[in-house]
Design a protein around this ligand. Structure first.
Ligand SMILES: [Fe+2]
Ligand SMILES: [Fe+2]
Ligand SMILES: [Fe+2]
Ligand SMILES: [Fe+2]
Length: 428
């Protein structure tokens, strides 16, 4: 079974844009516009399609380490600390085997040609890919390209040319001036950007069991988890528990890989849930709870467009459904929920209950199972799955499960050494 890796990267990139929007007020679809501009510049510079695919993936992921960075720095405006996201962001893209060399593309995306960027490198001392991402990044953020009228095209080109050799390298400025032509600005608007991306970025097919997909999923689980200090290992642990259960159930490798991916990405929509609600101490208002619930629809809407992700999307989006129809977002009931959807719902409850949250302390295996048992008795979750989990999870209730080999090889080698974010004291 094949998956469109470029579409998956894009879906994850969209949610990363939302994090930037939440934290920094960055405009919508920023990553997509940066990717499209990079692809346009790359083609003008004669890059081949494999290089453009790699460049576009880096452009979509250029700020992928922002949630992680925020665990280390409480002030997002702290410039010195901000460059950490370049270092961690490069580690992120290095995990995705690309068809071209992307060394330094994300690491140097805040460099300037005149050497006044984060690492003080001058034009020629950082790769072209980084120079193109930097130019597109600055141009979009400074000018909010989603709403610039066509009549301003010349003014925009003049601005780019004026920065040649200063903010932008000469080749990036020249390629950008060339790319800003005709109906480029219309194509970058929110209503057209989706089609523009599909047209401009080359498709990239990989098998669902490919290590690249595992690594991307494991990495994304970490990005989601890093958003809030209360979800430090939530998605990662659920993914690893799902992998364990897939083994217990004797799933074929493809089936087990699909279950792992659904688990790793089940809360992808949470990247767009405001941090103020995720970390609110005490109980939520009805309106706030309605916002929280939207994260599942978000996961569904992001994954539904990824070719090869049909079942994965369905299972991921089922993790808050209940057998009696009282769950969300679709209000599905027993007849609509298959084994893997039910399993993810149970794993999500198990992991959530055993974590420290603003509204409850962490609980051990026995207490967590009593809660799940009670829910099974009330017809909310699958009793057979609960019994199976009781048998399998006791051993792993309070420690990190081993990730699946295709994800662990690279992800833990690269990211395992980083300090884990520690949950802070509960605020009441
Ligand atoms: Fe950045
Ligand atoms: Fe950016
Ligand atoms: Fe959730
Ligand atoms: Fe969850």
């Amino acid at each position: 079974m094949m998956v469109r890796m470029d579409q998956l990267i894009r879906a994850i990139g969209v949610s990363l844009d939302m994090v930037e929007g939440d934290l920094f007020g960055v405009c919508t679809n920023h990553g997509k516009r940066v990717a499209v501009l990079c692809a346009a510049m790359g083609r003008r510079l004669g890059m081949d399609e494999a290089s453009i695919a790699g460049l576009a993936a880096c452009a979509l992921f250029h700020d992928s380490a922002l949630t992680e960075y925020l665990q280390y720095k409480s002030d997002p405006k702290n410039k010195a600390g901000l460059y950490l996201h370049c270092i961690y962001g490069q580690r992120n893209v290095d995990l995705l085997p690309m068809a071209c060399d992307v060394s330094g593309f994300v690491l140097y995306h805040h460099e300037r040609a005149d050497g006044t960027g984060g690492f003080g490198r001058k034009e020629g001392e950082f790769p072209l890919g980084a120079a193109l991402i930097a130019a597109a990044d600055v141009l979009d953020q400074a000018n909010r390209l989603q709403s610039v009228p066509r009549s301003n095209l010349e003014k925009l080109r003049a601005r780019v040319a004026a920065e040649s050799g200063r903010a932008f390298t000469r080749s990036a400025a020249e390629a950008m001036c060339g790319a800003l032509a005709g109906d480029t600005l219309e194509q970058l608007r929110d209503e057209h950007i989706r089609d523009t991306v599909e047209r401009m970025i080359p498709p990239w097919f990989v098998g669902v069991e490919d290590a690249a997909v595992f690594r991307l999923a494991a990495l994304t689980a970490r990005i989601i988890d890093y958003k809030s200090r209360f979800t430090g290992q939530h998605s990662t642990q659920i993914a690893n528990r799902a992998w364990l259960m897939g083994g217990v159930c004797n799933y074929e490798p493809v089936h087990r890989a699909q279950l792992y991916l659904a688990a790793a990405l089940h809360d992808l929509g949470k990247l767009s849930t405001p941090l103020s609600i995720l970390e609110k101490p005490g109980s939520l208002t009805d309106e706030e709870f309605a916002v929280i619930k939207e994260h599942v629809r978000g996961t569904h809407d992001l994954l539904v467009d990824v070719d090869g992700f049909g079942d994965i999307c369905t299972w991921a989006a089922a993790h808050h459904e209940k057998l009696d129809g009282s769950g969300y977002p679709f209000g599905k009931s027993a007849g609509d929920l298959d084994f893997n959807g039910r399993l993810l719902a149970c794993l999500d409850i198990y992991q959530g209950v055993s974590e420290t949250r603003p509204y409850h302390a962490s609980r051990g295996h026995k207490e967590t199972m009593e809660i799940l048992d009670g829910m099974a008795c009330r017809g909310l979750v699958d009793g057979d799955i609960v019994r199976e989990m009781d048998r399998c999870m006791a051993e792993y209730s309070d420690r990190q499960l081993p990730p699946p080999p295709p994800a662990s090889e690279a992800v833990d080698a690269v990211l395992g050494g980083l300090p884990r974010p520690l949950p802070g004291p509960l605020k009441r």
